[in-house]
Design a protein around this ligand. Sequence first.
Ligand SMILES: *Cc1c(COP(=O)(O)O)cnc(C)c1O
Length: 357
Amino acid sequence: MYSGMLDRKNKIGSNSGLIADFRSDTVTKPSKGMRDVMANARVGNDVYDDDPTVAELESKLAEMAGMENALFFPTGTQSNLAALLSYCGRGDEYIVGDAYHIFIDEAGGAAVLGGISPFPLPTDNSGGLTPQQVVNAIKPDDFHCPISRLLCLENTVNGRVQGLERIASLAAVAHENDLAVHLDGARIFNAATTLNASLKTLCEPVDSISICLSKGLGAPVGSVLCGSEHLIKRAKRMRKLLGGGMRQVGVLAACGLYALEHNVPLLGKDHEKATKLAQGLQSIPEVSIDMSTVETNMVFMNPGEGHHQALCDFLHGEGILIGAQVPKIRLVTHMDISDEAIELFIEKTRSYYQTRN
Ligand SMILES: *Cc1c(COP(=O)(O)O)cnc(C)c1O
């Protein structure tokens, strides 16, 4: 089976003694403060452009990204898809990394619904592509070929930060060849935190960005697409086509505004927790972790052959949820994981191997 897939078999199930869930940062639940702003949000029919809170979120993120306009979506998948459908038509092609979410984790939406073919390039271990790979992938103006229209990048990629120069050099070759550049920035604020850069700086080389509010930022729902006036106008039509025109969703946009103000500054703590977790686990002889890959809130741990499901089951019994992906289990830190839970994870993992020796 394709080894890039995340394991989604390990569910909370009947475990009522859950202490910490390391499977993903999408498990974060809205905090008391976030629920309070939901309760008090001003709302209107957003399909009529009547929701002031959605409008505020969109204009705030557009400004932060240095883009002309923005659009609120229920999910990042829909935001990415609306962008692709806005840039490309049937017979067009987008170039993308083969490890990127748009290519591997969005049900092939651009091909299924848009007749847009993907051209995946092998992504390196740090999540990167090279400008030469992109140049080599762009098709000539020849009726045999699809029309190369768009380059899709991602930041972060499996927790790996894509530096500004890397993104800029890839975008430059795309632009030289009249391709547009869309950035899947689901976790762009994690990248911004590690790089100590502004969102605007990270968006400068690209034409559009999709940002998730429902990952480490702790909102229950929501992504925002930022781009030019022209792109957002088209994307609004596509959002309607995809069934994503929503009504009184100021209650959800309010979570996004709350997250930008209160939770973006907390991402650094998630990264510290990931480093602490990786360091602790690495001191266990049976476990291997490449510390140089820990750049944001993700740790990839190899628990040793034959231990994946057994460790997962053992920790589940201790109230700790993880996946059991082979060869490396993905561990994600977030605001609903305490420092104590990190310590507990390390201690319990150590005891797992002790009972087995
Ligand atoms: C989560 C994620 C998305 C969007 O996912 P949704 O679950 O549809 O909101 C897009 N790209 C990346 C890299 C992601 O991690």
